[in-house]
Design a protein around this ligand. Structure first.
Ligand code: GDP
Length: 294
């Protein structure tokens, strides 16, 4: 048996989520994990008889600060890229931008092997062009392997999976199979809300924000969920809520829609934004939110 962690990185829109979804199956786009470990964001887990591959995405590395939360975040961020067995760098065929270059630069000096996935080969009009394009990419770094594929058309996914299994270490699966189907719904919901928050606020999102699901009730085909977005200051609360409540409403609507699609059930989602002063400096509060690494 083989078992390993693979960090999937690349600029937005190259097809990272499409790729992970194509590899692990439709159902799972967010997977639960023990919240007390780290803020590692697990995208999906591929189970096969030969082993298990855990795909994670890499949160940005935050600048070093001494506050308790930031230490935890830094450990999680650093861990995501250094503790993995392999990094998958995803790019789009025939399109190399400054953003791709920036991602490549972040990988400099990394001792973990980096495999290159060249996605969207279905867009290629002339097959003859493929090899020269791949050769050009090969010059940018000494990649462990280069796999051209199409996540959307599911072409050559098998080639990539073989490369993955040949490069991860021997070992027992990291996650039990039932976890891969996302049984920890509370965690799934809080991650979904967090993702929408990040999308809505970008850099404006206060660093200390966290999301907690306080109540989760299933009533037939309806799930009633109450969640809280915790911030530290009144000003931050204003940002999260937005003009006339517009931002929070948009976050809630978008999270609810995605959850309904993912779970196949009706969702009633209520989100509050509450203030807890300086909780990010308080180890007890961190523990309550599942943010202390064990
Ligand atoms: P991410 O931001 O890197 O996670 O990218 P997404 O997975 O969200 O994909 C970005 C866009 O590229 C979406 O519109 C996808 O439908 C599209 N896409 C992903 N994979 C392929 C592919 O293999 N071929 C083509 N033509 N489009 C793709």
């Amino acid at each position: 048996m083989r078992s390993g962690m693979v960090s999937v990185i690349g600029r937005p829109n190259v097809g990272k989520s499409s790729l992970v979804n194509a590899l692990v199956g439709q159902k799972v786009s967010i997977v639960s994990h023990k919240p007390q470990t780290t803020r590692h964001r697990i995208q999906g887990v591929l189970h096969e008889e030969r082993g298990q591959v855990v795909f994670v995405d890499t949160p940005g590395l935050h600048k070093v600060e001494t506050r308790a939360l930031n230490r935890v975040m830094n450990q999680a961020a650093a861990g995501a890229i250094h503790d993995v067995d392999l990094v998958l760098f995803v790019v789009e065929l025939g399109r190399w931008t400054d953003e791709d270059q920036a991602v490549l630069q972040r990988l400099e000096g990394l001792s973990v092997p980096v495999g290159l996935v060249v996605n969207k080969i279905d867009r290629l009009d002339d097959k003859e062009k493929l090899l020269p394009l791949l050769q050009k990419l090969a010059e940018r770094r000494d990649f462990a392997f280069i796999v051209p594929l199409s996540a959307q058309k599911r072409s050559n996914l098998g080639g990539l999976v073989d490369e993955l299994f040949s490069r991860i270490p021997e070992g027992d699966p990291l996650y039990p199979e039932d976890m891969v189907t996302g049984n920890d719904l509370g965690f799934t919901v809080s991650e979904m809300i967090r993702e929408k928050l990040i999308r809505a606020l970008h850099q404006e999102l206060p660093y200390s924000t966290t999301v907690q699901v306080e109540d989760y009730k299933r009533e037939g085909n309806l799930d009633r969920i109450h969640a809280v977005i915790w911030v530290e200051r009144e000003g931050q609360k204003k940002i999260v809520i937005g003009e006339g409540g517009a931002t929070l409403k948009a976050i809630g609507t978008s999270a609810r829609r995605d959850l309904e699609r993912m779970l196949g059930r009706k969702i009633f989602l209520q989100i509050w934004c509450k203030i807890r002063e300086n909780w990010s400096d308080d180890p007890k509060a961190l523990k309550r939110f599942g943010l202390t690494p064990d």
